[in-house]
Each structure stands twice: as C-alpha cells, then as structure tokens.
Design a protein around this ligand. Sequence first.
Ligand code: SF4
Ligand code: SF4
Length: 344
Amino acid sequence: MSYPKLLTKVAKTRLARDWGFKQQLPWKLLVEITKVCNNKCLNCSIWSTPNKQFLTLQNYEQLFKDNSNLMWLSITGGEPFTRLDIDEIVKLAVKNCPDLKYLSIPTNGFWTEQIVKKTKELQKTGLELHITISLDGPKDVHNIIRGTKDGYDRAVKTFNALKEIGVDVRYQATVHKENFSIFKQYYNDYKKDIGVLTFTQTSETYYSNDNKVKPLEGEEVASLFDYLGENFELREKHDVFEKMHLKIASKYLRKKDMMIPCTAGFSSAYVSTEGEVYPCFSMPTWGNLKEKSFKEIWFGDMAVKERAKIKKKQCPKCWINCFSFQDMMTYPEKAAVKAFVGKN
Ligand code: SF4
Ligand code: SF4
C-alpha cells in the first residue's frame, strides 16, 4: 500500500468530516457484484432474494471512471466467484483507478476450481490481494450454519489451493448462536489460519435478514470478544486493525454505541448489485447508478443531508468490519485509545 497517498486521503476524510472541508471521492468501495450464492446460510437470506439484476461491465467501467480516488476495492456478493466476469470487473477498476492498490474478497470457498482459476487472473493485476474464506466451525457445525453437505471440505480445499498459488488467504469466522457454545474451542484449534472474526449482523438492505435473525448481544458475547481480542495474534502489519476491531467490538457489544467516528459516506461507499449507492448497509440509498452517475449521487443533496446525520450519530450505530477498518484507518489514535486504554 502507498502510505503517503493513503495518508493524504485519510487527512482529507478527517478535514471533510470534522471541519467541513471539501468532500473528496471515496477511497474505498465495497461492490456487491452478485446476489447469487451457492450456500444457504441460516443467518443470511441473500441467496433467496428474487432481485438478481446485475450491473453490466459497462456500468462498472463508468463507476470506476468516476472513482479515480479509489485505493481499496472490496468485491462482495452473494458469492462473488459465481459471477464469471469477476476478473474483468477488477481489471476495469485497475484500468481506471490509478491509485488502486488493495483488493479484498470474501468467499464461501465452495467452488474451488472457479475460485482458483479466477484468483490466478486477479493475481496478474498486481494488486495486493487478500481473500478470506468463511469457516464458522468444525465440519458438522460449519455445514449446518452454511446449509451445505460438504461446504467445510470445499472451503478447506480452496484454502489449501489458494495457499499453494501464493495468495494471502485466511479464514473468516462468524460467531452465531449455533456455534456460540463451541466458539472458543474452535478458535483455539484454528487460530493460526483465522484472520477475521465477526458476529452475526442484520441488515435488510444487504443480508435481507432483519426479520429473521436476532443479532447477538449481551455480556456473554461481549466477553467472548474480550477473549478473542486478547488472544488474536499479530502476524502481518494489518493485523493490528483486526485486533483493535475485536477489542472495540466487545465495548460496542456492551454499549451498542459508535465507539469511534464513523466515516461511512465520507471515506467509503457500498454499491449494491442493483446499482444502488449507499454509505453502508443500514442507511437509505443515495441514488441508483442506472439513473445518475456516481459523482452526481456522491455529491448530491441526499448525500449531503445523510452525511450530516452520520456525523450526528443518527443511524443504527453498527460495528461491522466492512466499515470499521476505514474508520480505524482514519482515526487510528482514537481507535487505539478505545481498544487498548481503559476498562470495557
Ligand atoms: S453469508 Fe455469504 S455464503 Fe452465506 S448465504 Fe449469505 S452470501 Fe451466501
Ligand atoms: S455506524 Fe451508522 S453510518 Fe456507520 S456504518 Fe454503522 S450504521 Fe452505517
């Protein structure tokens, strides 16, 4: 990652958010390229959503042309590797965004051959590539949560295959009510390969699960995150953000409040497969790319009004790693104090 460029973008985010300076284009985009998924997770209904209208390559080319400030692209789904032109989409981003350095992709690891084939193409882009594979427990637990018979074996096979071709791949483990009782043991057994830890989230916009899933909360879950935060080992430089994320997560779970300023809509945006542009999974859409350009949406009246709400904490106040990382990167000193100083 180019640190001077990143620092400039971060500084501009703070100036715009805290002092009303000119708003820049986002430096991180989370792009949902498909709602198709080959798992049927208990906690997520993306796989059952009827709306599978995808943006075309032309739509993506225009999106990236409009986002010359982009430094970090996160491609998500559904299962992102079910979209056969995933590598073409990323190549369009590389072609049009000169500062783009960092590509992250979460996958369920189910379709090994396709994931390996497309990852080899993605490696050719020269981006710093990080792939996380969901693994939510030992075989029987994982397969129940993910609604598959052999999802565990496939995820492990994909993990090993990606390692073999030199990819920075880690497991992402989510705490659900179905694995809660065994999670500590599971974490201890697999921790050398687990890079991301999170807890069940709800969002009608993204997971389509608001009415079906009760978010995990309470002291027991917070204590589990205390444990995970304490025991998470730093292996790469960027792991310090994961450790801070975990330590802040336990405080968030106790207070259900924003722990550091949220930069959603200032540093980053989420683009859905239907072309809606959102600041995050929980706030209303700012507009659709099939009707307006990204720049019109990002600098439009709705965006200005909603940014003021985010600044005043008039939002559902989440702590999700899709957004918390850019918050911690923008306010590292506040994140460090919140994570490492003081009691819970
Ligand atoms: S959580 Fe991921 S793998 Fe599971 S159904 Fe949703 S999109 Fe698919
Ligand atoms: S804290 Fe609020 S604005 Fe920020 S990502 Fe969460 S819901 Fe969205």
